[in-house]
Design a protein around this ligand. Structure first.
Ligand code: PHE
Length: 479
């Protein structure tokens, strides 16, 4: 295990790609991407997303990974090294974000573990029949007849599942970059790919006997861009959705790609690795949509597609698995295992970003740093769980109406801090450190960087503007 004096590194380019893809591929791909695709008219959303991925996403990712590899440091020290002490606050911002995300990401990871257990023990039908209320009960929220939370019942289950999930994350991070993170990613990521391809292939041939709808009909909605009833406002809202999704999905602006970049060897190809990470991330998101959009359409119809929203994974999907009949429980179990793998590798990267900053900045050993991170996540995670019970509140917060602690944490990080840190990263890489130095880092192994110009234009001019739009949108400026 490495100590603070010896920095870990990935054994080769593939190790880096699998770990970074492990970070990128997470709940965002399996949950948020499909519901946005369903909401935003499928095909059109896909096209917009793809265009943004190879321009906007690519440039931000390149900026972060090159910064990390150049300095071989975690965010705070990396910003200090290239831009001086007065910019170190950007690094602190980038570290604060994973510290806030970690607890609630692990709480959701716990929900996924619980659903996996439910499917493995053959209770899938109860989840399907119980719908939203069943889901609420799993996360510790019980409602009375007037739909107010009953705070006298506290269920231990969400805490226990959260604990299992965060403990698994802790163990992987504890073992370090090569023996923990890389090793886990090398097993979990290929397994994830196999499971998702299998389920996608299987689910495309579903048919709902009652309505006569088939998944293949739903596939058309998902892949064929339709300009029916599209207005300028609607199009802009699709672009905004795609932009903020992309940025979250690639694990940008939270110090993770800087940290993982810092473990990358100088001789490995940076442009190639970034392309592979993007392809992996987008491919998995596409496949997740391929499982969900057509099957939800098949079993729940157009209406089901429009209404599933964030309830897609825990409320709509159980109904889809039920519609599949006898095999539904098995497919459901496999599906939730897939989600665990994806969420676990992401959660590992979040914990690693915080841990490595503690190690670098305070000269702690990995052991001590990871224990501190674990304790922080444990305490705040318990608070998040209680957010569905005694700490339940209903309030309107920025443009999020009605929320629990989890939503507040999510808003602070994704909608507020992340765009700000990303804008500052563009400024530092674009103007303070300089894109020429970043480009030099990218082509260090002598390779030509074909999208160099695009990277410069995006980082200096376009991305900051797009990010500012995301930020303003978080405050409901655009309605
Ligand atoms: N990128 C991950 C996803 O798509 C989410 C994530 C968020 C990962 C924050 C790391 C940090 O789910």
């Amino acid at each position: 295990m490495e100590t603070s004096t010896k920095r870990g590194s990935f054994t080769n380019g593939l190790g880096f790609v699998l770990a970074a893809a492990g970070s990128a591929v997470g709940l965002g791909n399996l949950w948020r991407f499909p519901y946005l695709a369903a909401k935003d008219g499928g095909g059109l959303f896909l096209v917009v997303y793809l265009v943004l991925a190879v321009t906007f996403g690519f440039a931000l990712m390149t900026a972060e990974v090159s910064l990390g590899r150049h300095t071989q440091k975690s965010p705070v020290m990396a910003f200090t090294e290239v831009a001086g002490k007065k910019w170190s606050f950007v690094g602190w911002g980038a570290t604060l974000i994973p510290a806030i995300i970690l607890p609630y990401y692990a709480v959701i990871g716990g929900w996924v573990c619980k659903y996996t257990y439910i499917y493995f023990t053959g209770q899938g039908n109860a989840a399907a029949d119980g719908g939203k209320l069943f889901f609420y009960n799993q996360i510790g929220l019980f409602l009375d007849s007037a739909e107010n939370p009953i705070t006298s019942i506290i269920s231990w289950s969400p805490f226990v599942w959260f604990f299992i999930f965060i403990l698994a994350t802790f163990i992987i991070v504890y073992f370090g970059v090569e023996k923990g993170i890389e090793k886990a990613s090398r097993v979990l990521m290929p397994a994830l790919l196999i499971i998702i391809i299998f389920i996608a292939g299987f689910s495309l041939f579903m048919k709902d006997e009652e309505s006569g709808r088939t998944a293949l009909d739903g596939l058309k909605i998902y892949v064929i861009p339709s300009l029916d009833g599209i207005t300028v406002t609607k199009f802009l809202s699709i672009v905004l959705d795609a932009m903020s999704q992309l940025f979250y999905s690639l694990s940008l602006a939270m110090g993770i790609m800087i940290t993982y970049g810092s473990y990358m060897k100088k001789e490995d190809s940076l442009p190639k690795s970034i392309n592979q990470i993007e392809a992996f991330d987008t491919g998995i998101a596409f496949l997740a949509g391929l499982i969900m959009v057509p099957t939800v359409y098949c079993f729940l119809g157009e209406e089901g597609l429009a209404n599933s929203g964030t309830g897609l994974m825990f409320v709509a999907l159980p109904k889809v698995f039920q519609g599949m009949g006898a095999v539904g429980n098995v497919i459901g179990a496999l599906f939730f295992v897939l989600v665990i793998f994806a969420a676990l590798t992401s959660c590992v990267s979040i914990m690693e970003a915080v841990t490595s900053t503690l190690m670098d900045r305070f000269h702690l050993t990995r052991k001590v740093a990871v224990c501190i991170t674990f304790a922080e996540a444990f305490i705040l995670g318990a608070v998040v769980c209680l957010g569905y019970n005694v700490l339940f509140f209903s309030a309107t917060f920025a443009n999020v109406s009605g929320g629990q602690i989890l939503d507040v944490f999510d808003w602070i990080t994704n909608s507020f801090l992340m765009p700000i840190v990303a804008i500052l990263t563009c400024i530092v890489v674009g103007y303070v450190w300089g894109t020429d130095k970043a480009l030099k880092e990218v082509s260090l192994n002598g390779e030509k960087f074909s999208r160099g110009k695009l990277f410069v234009v995006m980082t200096k001019y376009v991305s900051p503007v797009l990010l500012a739009v995301i930020l303003l949108n978080s405050f409901g400026i655009f309605g």
